[in-house]
Design a protein around this ligand. Structure first.
Ligand code: AMP
Length: 460
């Protein structure tokens, strides 16, 4: 683990208090409002869409679990990152710091393997880590998790990496997969000893950063992940785990890379990628953002995962190979925002109903229900009496069409149909409104498709 840089991310700053009586949110936690919430919604919907596309079954597990669930499978140095909650009697309860162990517990408790393996499980929700604060590192964040339980073939690696690759690609985020094999626990033990001996030789230890010096005897592999200049230099000459893999591990990795080549997925064999958790074996991977020229934009992973062939058994189940992937929703959102790819493609067809006067309000309400039942994406702001405010609301919602009902329209049996973008208005016979809207929908659809040819959000 690298020593974390001290900087002043927005999460470290206490929100400015306008009123002393208003409580502050906790450090490292975030409120999502307005366009940020819409961005969250877009990314989560995309993750859900992909989980369905690749036949993952959704499950929901509790946010609270026993500490025992994580005790064995988490590095000792991360213990302090748990949020402890008061449990029954002397039971130690924590807010989940990740999803996998909860999913495996649920898989075993509910006999999810019974209906045939592999089980493909999707879960989504908040996770909590009491981490040191840094830009892009929150204490509550959201993960979309995909697990394939009961599959040893490297096809499982290929599926998960493809899902994540396509998920980012659809959101127009360019990534490179960093991938490595960390072999079995035995390979790592042997390799760890060699690594330790290497760092102890020729005064190398003294050149390590404070954090790595501390970790040398405890978790030697974590030194490979350090970003301090001296430590990076020292690791260049260090032994590599690839030379300590068993023939099975080597074959698993070679086949995985073959698949990625065939699938045309941009990857980098990264011998220094070890990932923190000690339940991983063999393949580990992370998705790092790159720019249009393929240059890495830092090492802040947007998603990551790996094999955990021994976890199910360690948790009391039968020996069952498995692999998982976690997509970080907030970090994905941050990449979307960087590119100003904001989000209105989903809601292209919003129809906003505006009204003026009590009689019109009643009729507008009936029209709203009628259109809603017929499948139109309708919105309204019936609490408001001002047409100006209602139309402003329509613009804020990015509605394409406003239907305006006033006294005159009610008397004429018509409705005013306004194109929000151009401001053009036409009077439509009230009874023909659905037919007229459907025609407009088709035109919009055509426009979106034309734009999609230039990219998902067509240069938004
Ligand atoms: P991990 O379980 O640490 O591999 O995390 C999986 C993904 O969750 C990462 O690739 C990130 O996108 C995201 N993630 C991990 N830690 C944080 C954090 N502290 N704040 C925000 N996102 C995170």
């Amino acid at each position: 683990m690298p020593r974390r840089k001290k900087n002043s991310p927005e999460l470290l700053k206490k929100p400015e208090k306008r009123n002393e009586k208003i409580p502050n949110r906790l450090l490292g936690m975030k409120d999502l409002v307005g366009s940020e919430y819409r961005c969250f919604d877009l990314v989560v919907s995309k993750a859900l869409e992909f989980s369905k596309l690749y036949s993952f079954t959704p499950i929901k597990t509790p946010v609270l679990e026993t500490f025992d669930l994580y005790k064995k499978s988490t590095r000792k140095s991360t213990d302090k990152e748990f949020y402890f909650v008061e449990g029954e009697k002397s039971e130690k309860v924590v807010l989940r710091p990740e999803m996998t162990q909860g999913v495996v517990r649920a898989y075993l408790e509910n006999n999810l393997g019974e209906s045939g393996l592999p089980a493909r499980l999707f879960s989504l929700g908040p996770v909590f880590r009491r981490e040191k604060l840094q830009t892009g590192r929150y204490r509550e964040f959201t993960q979309a998790n995909l697990e394939i339980i009961g599959e040893k073939k490297p096809l499982a690696e290929a599926i998960l990496i493809t899902v994540a690759h396509n998920f980012f690609e659809e959101l127009q985020i360019k990534t490179q997969v960093q991938i490595n094999s960390i072999g079995t626990a035995e390979c790592r033990r042997e390799y760890g000893n060699k690594l330790l001996a290497y760092y102890k030789e020729r005064g190398r230890r003294s050149k390590l950063c404070h954090y790595c010096k501390k970790n040398l005897g405890k978790n030697c592999l974590s030194l490979l992940d350090c970003k301090e200049e001296n430590c990076v230099k020292l690791r260049e000459e260090a032994p590599q785990i690839a030379d300590y893999l068993t023939s099975e591990s080597r074959e698993q990795f070679a086949k995985t890379l073959e698949f990625l080549d065939e699938l045309n997925i941009n990857y980098n064999f990264n011998p220094y990628l070890v990932r923190g958790l000690n339940y991983y074996n063999d393949t580990v991977f992370e998705f790092w953002p790159i720019n249009d020229d393929g240059v890495l934009l830092g090492k802040m992973a947007l998603g990551g995962g790996g094999r955990y062939d021994y976890l199910v058994e360690a948790m009391g189940g039968p020996a069952t190979p498995a692999i998982g992937l976690a997509l970080g929703i907030e970090r994905t959102m941050a990449r979307l925002k960087d590119k100003h790819l904001l989000i209105n493609s989903q809601e292209e067809d919003i129809v906003f109903i505006a009204q003026l006067g009590d009689q019109a309000k009643l009729k507008a309400l009936q029209l709203f229900e009628d259109l809603r039942r017929s499948g139109f994406n309708v919105r309204q702001s019936f609490a408001s009496d001002s047409l100006k405010i209602q139309l402003e609301e329509a613009v804020a919602l990015r509605a394409k069409t406003a239907l305006i009902l006033g006294k005159k329209e009610i008397m004429d049996g018509t409705i005013l149909m306004r194109d929000i973008d151009s401001g053009a208005q036409e009077t439509v016979v009230y009874k023909k409104i659905k037919e007229r809207l459907s025609r407009k929908d088709k035109l919009i659809e055509k426009r979106i498709n034309n734009r999609k040819e230039g990219g998902l959000y067509g240069g938004l």
